[in-house]
Design a protein around this ligand. Sequence first.
Ligand code: GDP
Ligand code: MG
Length: 163
Amino acid sequence: MANIVAIVGRPNVGKSTLFNRLVQKRQAIVDDVSGVTRDRHYGKTDWNGSDFTVIDTGGYIVGSEDTFETEIRKQVELAIDESNVILFMVDNQVGLTDMDKEVAQLLRKSQKPVLLVVNKVDSNKNLDDTYEFYNLGFEEFYTVSSMTGSGTGELLDEVVKHF
Ligand code: GDP
Ligand code: MG
């Protein structure tokens, strides 16, 4: 079975930035997957000899909170169905939000491995601010900067262990 990694989380946490970083050296968008909707992007990449597909979710989430609720639920459920590993991204610059807690609640039903990714840790100075994310109930999390690439290697080392 193909290795598939989905990136989920509320809007603006940096999902597309990580996706672009991961797939940029390979073919960007795989458009021949049946049932692809405009709110999901598929790309191929590899790490340490493991090839995998990355799914960027929620690209077109706009509008009211109601739209968000419906859309994010759909995206998370699709991710749980389709992927082997789920990256649940939160934003260290904004901090923990109610929407993050709702996404965590949805992901708790998953039998798939879920890795919590605290993004926008651009400098080690920011590490002190990450402790509140323990409230989401994960034993550990990965701190990354999708912008600079810092921490993404450690994250990928863990991801490929689950294939
Ligand atoms: P998405 O809605 O989750 O796909 O988020 P985007 O990837 O579109 O990013 C939202 C905003 O956060 C953009 O302005 C990005 O440039 C910014 N961003 C993403 N990753 C980082 C990061 O690691 N550090 C900082 N400082 N900004 C980031
Ligand atoms: Mg996006």
